[in-house]
Write a protein of this length. Structure first.
Length: 71
């Protein structure tokens, strides 16, 4: 990923080590699946954490789509 030097710190942290949109999308989907699974098992706190992770991946991907580019 290029041109992420001017990104906010939480975007850099969210996408740390992720180089492509496909890998970011797979982490987003995995987080959503784990959130649903945790909710199904009545693990509310864990479900909320995974849902928040999915939201951060989504926001990070949107930021890169609008302000930078994927390689």
């Amino acid at each position: 990923m290029k041109n992420i030097d001017h990104a906010p710190k939480f975007i850099k942290l969210t996408l740390w080590g992720i180089n492509s949109r496909a890998s970011a999308m797979s982490f987003l989907v995995l987080s959503l699946v784990l959130a649903v699974g945790a909710a199904f098992l009545s693990e509310t706190f864990i479900a909320i954490l995974f849902a928040m992770a999915a939201a951060f991946y989504f926001v990070g991907m949107r930021w890169v789509d609008k302000n930078a580019n994927w390689d």
